[in-house]
Design a protein around this ligand. Structure first.
Ligand SMILES: [Zn+2]
Length: 146
């Protein structure tokens, strides 16, 4: 028999692990490997044994953004704009400040007088589009971003 590492002929080959491979080696080369009987308990063996588990984790497909995430983002964009809580008072004071009646003001921004009356009472919250018109006309701030 020959040592698989140095090629020396010997009657007493011992099986050891060298770089993860089992080799039959002579007593001189034995020290380069890990004896098989101790191999299972060596730190290297534990590392090798745990490797398949690690590979499974690595091979899991990466998480892809799902549809609900996209929808949430869109909702947030819409909800970013909000009418200020005291819109009624701001509009009424600004309108009175430039000396317009509700009817005149409504005509200027192409809204119904009843709508303006309801908005100034605080019973109707203007939508963003209407609020933008009022903002431009009265030069006030009615829409705020969150
Ligand atoms: Zn040898």
């Amino acid at each position: 028999m020959e040592c698989e590492l140095c090629g020396k002929k010997t009657d007493h080959l011992k099986k050891v692990k060298i770089d993860g491979a089992v080799m039959a080696v002579c007593s001189d080369c034995e020290k380069f490997g890990t004896p098989l009987e101790n191999y299972r308990n060596s730190p290297i063996a534990k590392k090798v044994q745990s490797a398949p588990t690690v590979q499974v984790n690595i091979r899991q497909p990466p998480m892809h953004p799902r549809t609900p995430v996209k929808r949430t983002k869109k909702d947030v964009n819409i909800e970013e704009l909000e009418i200020v809580p005291d819109f009624a008072e701001i509009i009424r004071l600004s309108r009175e400040g430039i000396g317009l009646s509700q009817e005149e003001f409504a005509a200027k921004i192409k809204e119904k007088r009843t709508s303006i009356a309801a908005i100034e009472r605080g019973s109707l919250k203007p939508d963003i589009k209407t609020a933008r018109k009022i903002e431009l006309f009265l030069k006030v701030k009615l829409v705020e971003k969150f």
